[in-house]
Design a protein. Sequence first.
Length: 269
Amino acid sequence: MLAVAALVFGMTSCNGAKKSNEQAQETEEAAVIAGQAPKDLLTEELKQETINLLKDMPDSEIPYRLTSGDVKVNVGDVKYMLPTAKAAELSTPTQKARALGMYMADYNVLKGMGQPTAEVEAVIAKLATDLNISFVLDILKEQAPKDATKEQVQAFLQSQEDKIIEKMAAEDKIDVEVEMLGAASAEYACLIANPTLVVKGDATSAGLSANMEKRVSMLEEVVADLANYYPDLKQLGETISPLKTKVATIQDARAANADITAIRDSLLK
């Protein structure tokens, strides 16, 4: 009798567990459809797909081309950059994540120009600490191999971005990483639109605008996959989407200078 009772109890438990799992799955699906799914319901499969998509994005060629000398920016004119004083005005985690992405882009550009980075580093450190991702600055400050070739510098910068993506994912901060990358794209677009940008040779084939279009398109794809889990990402995708048409060529970007700056600034409101 005890054995039979145990068997019956086990069957009841299994059926109960099965029913509970089915109910949990239905609840999760309903939450996703309603756009209310918490991030802890993000599946490992979707998480890995997102990581792969982010790592497959074409790297921004601006820091690399500045380092190699293919692109130059007048040293005295960094007006396109986000003022460091702006950081003190930010209050929400979303604003801070987006600003962090912008300042990281500025850091890479300043480093490529051989200009002082201490002021931007301080802002990055403060925002990264607020967001509990202080490792970001440590990765950014890594130096490319001495006497590296152009190809090695490009590979090094891509490796840095991949490291940050992987670390952010490990810390369950994929949404923060997407916010940072989207905002960084807007900041790089501001540089492309800046009249002081000087490109050696044919500006339209420099790769800057083509890479920007691809990066924004792929970020839109990521946002579409994650928006139900992270509602703030929908606004990010909608805001940066127009960048694709405004940076079709460097000449187009310069003509849309005010519009691109407005897109960047609206991300922090």
